[in-house]
Design a binder for this molecule. Sequence first.
Ligand code: HOC
Length: 380
Amino acid sequence: MARPITSIADLRAIAKRRVPRMFYDYCDSGSWTESTYRENESDFVPIKLRQRVAVDLRNRTLETTMAGENVSMPVAIAPTGLTGMQHADGEIHGARAAEKAGIPFTLSTMSICSIEDIAENTSKPFWFQLYVMRDREFVSNLIRRAKAAKCSALVLTLDLQILGQRHKDIVNGLSTPPRMTVSNIINLATKPRWCLNMLRTNRRTFRNIAGHAKGVTDLRSLSSWTAEQFDPALSWDDVKWIKDQWGGKLILKGILDAEDAEKAVASGADALIVSNHGGRQLDGAISSISALPGIVDAVGDRIEVLMDGGIRSGQDVLKAVALGAKGVFIGRSFLYGLGAGGEAGVTACLDIIRKELDITMAFCGLRDIKDVDSRIIARR
Ligand code: HOC
């Protein structure tokens, strides 16, 4: 009998077996020495919780809001690039699982499926993540498409003006199209389930870009177009320009410093995400959970604070909420579930996180996630 899946670590182990190495490593790695990537996760460990007893624990609720939307728990799916390479049609699977779970799904600009694919395959509004590309007409067009698809929030990523150096991707030959080395071909041959799924269902490749960007006609032109499009000149004026074009709810992603958080407040955005891009950009930056309290202190209630980075359990979610996040985004945990089992795997991931969150909150003596604050953190 198969061993039951009880944790995100279990899903990770299955995904690692099922997903071809170059795509699995793309998800499960950081930049350079990977110190920030590791600390995002390990910095949760020393944060300890206060156990409380003899409290009425009936009728518990995890319902709250994120960026003004009702959510069944304070968790959203993070925008992740190349999601559809973890599992065929991965973005659709993720969006469907999120919709069923009552939490937001955020589609990345760098996704395999398009904004329109997600809109066609879901019935509730999802969130769209935007990069500032040099081709501003392309950016305006993406914003128009997100509006047409009735996306209910725009998540603007600010920490990818240039791409962090990711050694595993270089070694694995992760490029567009992927480098077909002998070792990659042998590795692919050991993943028949993934290959069959891709052949059966995935006809979609970078569809937010292909067919919409000037001069992109095949995988090679797509690759060179993308490589030169991230805008090193991005400034707070661009944030204003995007806010005006979008006109809806705006969430700024990639804030790790209190001075930038002040600028985020001044920009008039609705929320910010404390994030170091999952340790994939500035290696040596502090972990998101370490940055969170300082940013919460700096901005007070002038802007909603969300966070991502290192969330691998419901306990991590509770700790982030206790330290002042209104909610969190899960990237890798979601991708492990997706790689392990498509939509069912993502649902398993969300069920695990929900259960761990609920049980931990109860052990801390609380019944309502909205009552969670720093009083549940043990001071040593
Ligand atoms: C070649 C395109 O968020 C990531 C993504 C986006 C990177 C785009 C790379 O990998 O961190």
